[in-house]
Design a protein around this ligand. Structure first.
Ligand code: PXP
Length: 238
């Protein structure tokens, strides 16, 4: 069974645009679960541009809700994440000026730091995932670092699909990476830039067990409503 994780950061973006309390990410987290999301994802960014510490704490206190918290490797964020105590952690790269997460982690450069962060979360029995580009070397390093899961950055594939360009090579990279990760005993997730078409393509890769999708779900829901959009994604991946 493949799972759908809904990223609700953009609900917080909308709330923050007004500086008030609506729409409330806490309510959104409970609501998307009711609509069939298997988990929710929130990214506690260093600049707190959408989800903040208080949102994250409240959302992680919701009973029977699986929360995947995305974090960078910055000490302050890691310390807060340990206090927030989510079900899952996904370590992602973060650059100050980026609009969204632009690529996978630089595992070679940050090897020791990432290894020690994974160990911290493992001690708390928190499932830990690394957001990486689809290449075999990064899969091997992820295994070496002790990651439970890898999340493949699908942004490149998603852009090729959107611009109707040739997807063959990128899809092959994702397939090979997924296979190797599973062979090494890591669960495979996919996320970034996904819409109905790219998710449909990737859902044919058996090794991918979880999709984490945000921007398209929230954007499309403006027109069709969260219920219909989540239902459609569930249909595509199941
Ligand atoms: N997975 C990870 C690790 C991400 O960083 C993001 C973007 O925050 C997503 C999934 C969701 O990407 P999108 O909003 O483009 O669907």
């Amino acid at each position: 069974m493949k799972r759908i994780g809904v990223n609700i950061d953009h609900i917080a973006t909308l709330r923050n645009a007004r500086g008030e309390h609506h729409p409330d990410p806490f309510f959104a987290a409970k609501f998307v679960k009711k609509l069939g999301a298997d988990s929710i994802t929130i990214h506690l960014r260093e600049d707190r541009r959408h989800i903040n510490d208080s949102d994250a704490k409240k959302i992680c206190s919701i009973k029977n809700l699986l929360v995947n918290l995305e974090i960078s490797i910055k000490d302050e964020i890691v310390e807060n994440a340990l206090k927030i105590n989510p079900n899952f952690i996904c370590i992602v790269p973060e650059n100050r000026k980026e609009v969204t997460t632009e690529g996978g982690l630089n595992l070679k450069k940050n090897k020791n730091k990432i290894k020690s962060i994974i160990n911290l979360f493992k001690k708390k029995r928190i499932r830990t995932s690394l957001f990486i580009n689809p290449n075999l070397n990064d899969i091997l390093i992820s295994k070496d670092l002790g990651a439970d899961c890898i999340e493949i950055h699908t942004g490149r594939l998603a852009n090729l699909v959107k611009s109707k360009k040739n997807i063959y090579k990128e899809l092959l990279r994702i397939k090979k990476s997924s296979k190797l990760a599973e062979q090494l005993g890591m669960e495979v997730h996919a996320g970034h830039g996904l819409d109905y078409r790219s998710t449909k393509l990737l859902s044919k890769i058996n090794e991918i067990k979880e999709f984490n999708i945000g921007h398209f779900i929230i954007g499309e829901s403006v027109f069709y409503g969260l219920q219909k959009v989540i239902k459609e994604f569930r249909k595509i991946v199941k």
